[in-house]
Design a protein. Structure first.
Length: 478
């Protein structure tokens, strides 16, 4: 078969010709039109902020997302969450969109400046101060941002407060913290011979180049840095396994966040409670699911009084951890929330794993996929809606131009130009299995069966009901 004959299977200029395949094509093309009127889900904005996706935040704000919105999960306003993660460019975007730099939010009633300062995010603190953030604003406990300032941010706040007092050279750090960080068992045993395992770190401490959360204990330090021997020795000398730092995090939270699975299991054996929430209400299970720590999460679920498997699945799905989501699936689990989070986060591979679990409301999920601009998820859902009566949907002008370029190039006998146009069409609509099939046929014409198989596999991943791709792959494997 010649390359020209291969590419001539492209659809004619009439893209509205009735038929099941063309129905899928037309429904997918309308997604971009529907997106113009769809509401923006709140968690889509916060997912984009946490992930540091500035362009997506800008798109969501342009489509009506509220720069002043708050999240109970993240425990704060959009601006404070961006500040806590040190995403200074997103902080600027939110400020430009009208976010109040001095708004207090969350359970602690702190400002974005509080959260940026406590996280040691110097660049973000600069941006907030330049935008009029006041270092004198106190949270519900009466603390101003400087109460948790470390070396990275203290000078900025002191200048803003016009405080002439000199900057401290650094907080005194008890030797036990240094010994825990160094995994120095002999030093730990010497220091704790008379008992003093439950000391708490002051503000402004830095170990290993990272700021230490105020209120951390030596056990927190040992766990964060994976010092297994130090952690065990501290527990032997009476360190409380459930002491919390100023964020309400136990050593088990820290182990979950940093993926210290071996230490985590040791903490559980020592009686650590996997259901203790931090100040945001998040348990160690949430931390492990958020980070995609599969082994840690399953150990926590086994030890938990309130298993929370569905919540863990929803968290992992929203973060795009496909392997973890698959490991959590059981016939009885309700995966609806996880599916919604996967769609809103543009994780179509996770959506593919969840969409056939149970009996979901496909029409409602399609609306969510459109609102979240999750085109890969939209194509998966559309492939399940094949029985919908044909409707004349508006066409996508960009795609029609691309496909028109392909046809024009073929008519002129310029096969290279036809292929280039087809590549452009793939860039503009990577969620369409139809384009992947066209590219596969082109590869066959070129005699490149390996590339053909890759395109057919992509088409099948986008549309598991694609019999053309599955049949070709089955025949190729014989």
């Amino acid at each position: 078969m010649s390359m020209g004959a291969s590419l001539m299977v492209l659809p004619s200029a009439d893209l509205r010709k009735p038929g099941r395949a063309n129905l899928f094509w037309r429904r997918t093309l309308v997604v971009s039109t529907l997106a113009l009127v769809a509401a923006v889900p709140e968690f889509a904005l916060f997912d984009a902020i946490v992930d540091g996706r500035k362009t997506r935040v800008e798109r969501l704000l342009a489509r009506g997302a509220d720069a002043e919105s708050t999240s109970s999960i993240e425990d704060g306003s959009a601006l404070s969450v961006a500040a806590a993660h040190g995403h200074d460019e997103i902080v600027e975007v939110l400020l430009d969109a009208g976010a109040d730099p001095n708004r207090r939010s969350g359970g602690n009633g702190n400002t974005a400046l509080h959260r940026a300062t406590c996280a040691g995010e110097r660049a973000t603190v600069r941006v907030l101060l330049s935008a009029g953030a006041l270092p004198s604003v106190a949270d519900k406990a009466g603390n101003t941002p400087i109460s948790c300032a470390g070396p990275a941010t203290r000078d900025l706040l002191e200048r803003a407060l016009k405080n002439p007092s000199p900057i401290a050279a650094g907080a005194d750090v008890e030797e036990i913290f240094l010994a825990a960080h160094a995994n120095d068992a002999a030093k730990i045993a010497q220091l704790l011979a008379d008992g003093n395992a439950n000391v708490f770190a002051p503000s402004g401490v830095t170990l290993g180049g990272e700021p230490l959360t105020p209120g951390s204990t030596p056990l927190h330090v040992a766990v964060q840095w994976g010092r297994f021997n130090a952690a065990g020795l501290l527990l032997y000398y009476g360190a409380s396994v459930d002491n919390t730092d100023h964020r309400g995090r136990t050593a088990l939270h820290v182990a979950s966040w940093y993926g210290q699975t071996s230490i985590l299991r040791g903490l559980l054996s020592a009686g650590a409670d996997p259901d203790v929430p931090d100040l945001k209400g998040q348990t160690p299970k949430f931390y492990a699911a958020w980070r995609g720590e599969r082994a840690s999460l399953h150990s926590l679920l086994e030890a938990s009084r309130d298993e929370g498997r569905e919540q863990a699945l929803a968290t992992a799905a929203g973060r795009g951890h496909a392997d973890l989501v698959t490991s959590l699936l059981t016939p009885e689990i309700d995966a609806r929330v996880g599916l919604e989070r996967a769609i809103s986060g543009e994780h179509w591979q996770v959506a593919l794993a969840l969409v056939d679990h149970g009996d979901p409301d496909l029409d409602g999920l399609l609306d969510l996929a459109v609102a979240s601009e999750s085109w890969g998820s939209a194509s998966i859902i559309l492939s399940r809606l094949r029985d919908t009566p044909p409707i004349d949907f508006p066409s996508d002008e960009v795609l029609e131009v691309s496909m028109g370029d392909v046809r024009s190039a073929l008519e002129a006998g310029d096969l290279d130009a036809a292929y280039a146009s087809l590549i452009r069409a793939e860039e503009r609509a990577p969620w369409l299995p139809l384009i992947q099939r066209f590219l596969a046929e082109h590869a066959i014409a070129e005699g490149d069966l390996v590339t053909a198989a890759e395109h057919y596999e992509r088409a099948l991943a986008l549309d598991p009901q694609d019999t053309e791709s599955s049949t070709w792959l089955e025949n190729a494997n014989r």
